[in-house]
Design a protein around this ligand. Structure first.
Ligand code: FAD
Ligand code: UDP
Length: 385
């Protein structure tokens, strides 16, 4: 980890420029600062934490996940130790419900979902055998649909995944990689937790406060409302870029596809849906899910509530990119950008957008710690020459 490496102050150290004050940029800046290396961190937005940003709704006072619901979950003890150094985490295990037609089920698919869906009372081994018989025999599933049909069978696939995935990605599930389906577990026991990770929680004061604390260091110069301009790199020893990979190259090879989200907020009295996230699996419901933010901060008491409907669509040039769309058979453009990125001296691409990968907060943090460590080791070696 970067904390093991410190730089001697004997020769002048040029600060590095870090583009983006999300988890990737913030963790990197802090690791470098802890080792004695200054940085300028810029972000085009008016707040830190990137897409994990949380703020209090001025009307209900509910802590709101402004760019979609975020739950912290990881198996990496060092990442959990890192985040809990900067924030007090409340225990939280995410549970999602999904509406299919006129019924509500628990998601991901567990024994309760299976028994409710089929109107049965199967025990684990019976359900396992039943689903194995339901599943399509596809020897090497090559895309989302094949992976789903060969894991849960066509009926569960069509009820829970087909419509939702089409809405979420704007593509047929046949075009999406199998790995997207594999994000969700299938359980033959009664366990409705969305994630199985060892460490799970929600920061008591929200993600933005956590990231602000990471960035609170005298060697970090944070500049919000500041978009990257090439001249900004002048005077800096290196650039770390957590913005969209294609944007760094002014889209010269074309635009990598992203999905953006439109969020429609509404307020109500009391409790609107009784859970933090309700998915809507049916294709004729225009949104994918509704988030009711106060259920994340269950330790607070609010008489009113704020909810958010999420609509997904292809990102245009002025939209916020949320999801890199890595199609099963369309990797050429990404390959070309990655090769281009490999040829640029003095720039490292980090984070979800900078590496164009569908990664969670914990992975961003783990990778930022490694990137910092590698960079510091190289710098130390260079200075001792
Ligand atoms: P970002 O958070 O996107 O930060 C990048 C920053 O760079 C932004 O603030 C942006 O303004 C800035 N920037 C970009 N271009 C420029 C520029 N040219 N000049 C200046 N600044 C620029 N992960 C989980 O672990 N759990 C979850 O429950 C979860 N839920 C999610 C739900 C949704 C809807 C989405 C979209 C993602 C979710 N994630 C979740 C993933 C999580 O959001 C990412 O892993 C994390 O935000 C990535 O951090 P980052 O720093 O790489 O990128
Ligand atoms: N998915 C689905 N139905 C649901 C929830 C998820 O079909 O009710 C699919 C969808 O394609 C999604 C993928 O499963 O992209 C992975 O789900 P996850 O919750 O990890 O997606 P996220 O919202 O984090 O991108």
């Amino acid at each position: 980890m970067a904390s093991g490496t410190t730089l001697s102050a004997s020769a002048e150290l040029k600060p590095v420029l870090i583009v983006g004050a999300g988890f990737a940029g913030a963790v990197l800046a802090r690791s470098l600062a802890d080792a004695g290396l200054p940085s300028t961190v810029i972000d085009a937005r008016s707040h830190v934490a990137g897409n994990c940003h949380t703020e209090r709704d001025p009307v209900t006072d509910v802590l709101t996940h402004v760019y979609g619901p975020h739950i912290f979950h990881t198996d990496a003890a060092e990442v959990w130790a890192y985040v809990t150094r900067f924030a007090d985490f409340m225990p939280y295990e995410h549970r999602v419900r999904t509406t299919v037609g006129t019924r509500v089920y628990s998601l991901p698919i567990d024994l309760l979902t299976i028994n409710q869906f089929y109107g049965t009372a199967m025990r684990p081994d019976e359900a396992r055998a039943f689903i194995a018989a339901e599943a399509d025999p596809i020897p090497a599933p090559a895309n989302f649909e094949e992976q789903a049909r060969s894991t849960v069978g066509v009926r569960l696939y069509e009820a829970f995944f087909k419509g939702y995935t089409q809405k979420q990605w704007g593509r047929s599930p046949k075009e999406l990689p199998a790995s997207v389906f594999n994000r969700l577990p299938l359980r033959f026991r009664y366990d409705g937790r969305y994630f199985s990770h060892r460490f799970q929680g929600i920061p008591r004061e929200g993600y933005s406060r956590l990231v602000e604390r990471i960035l609170e260091h005298p060697l970090i110069d944070l500049r919000l409302r500041t978009s990257f301009a090439r001249e900004a790199a002048t005077g800096h020893g290196h650039v770390f870029w957590s913005g969209p990979l294609d944007e760094y190259f002014d889209f010269r090879l074309g635009r990598l596809p992203y999905r953006t989200l439109d969020f429609e907020h509404f307020r109500a009295e009391g409790d609107y849906q009784g859970c933090p996230v309700m998915n809507y699996a049916d294709p004729d419901v225009p949104y994918t899910r509704i988030t009711e933010h106060k259920h994340f901060a269950y330790w607070e008491d609010h008489p009113q509530t704020i909810c958010t409907q999420e609509h997904s669509r292809a990102a245009g040039p002025t939209d916020i990119p949320y999801y890199p769309v890595r199609l099963a058979n369309e990797k050429a453009l990404l390959r070309d950008y990655l090769s281009l990125a490999g040829t640029v001296d003095g720039v490292t691409f980090i984070g979800r957008l900078g590496t164009y990968r569908y990664i969670d907060m914990d992975q961003c943090i783990a990778e930022a710690l490694t990137t910092a460590s590698t960079y510091l080791d190289a710098l130390k070696a260079e200075r001792s020459m």
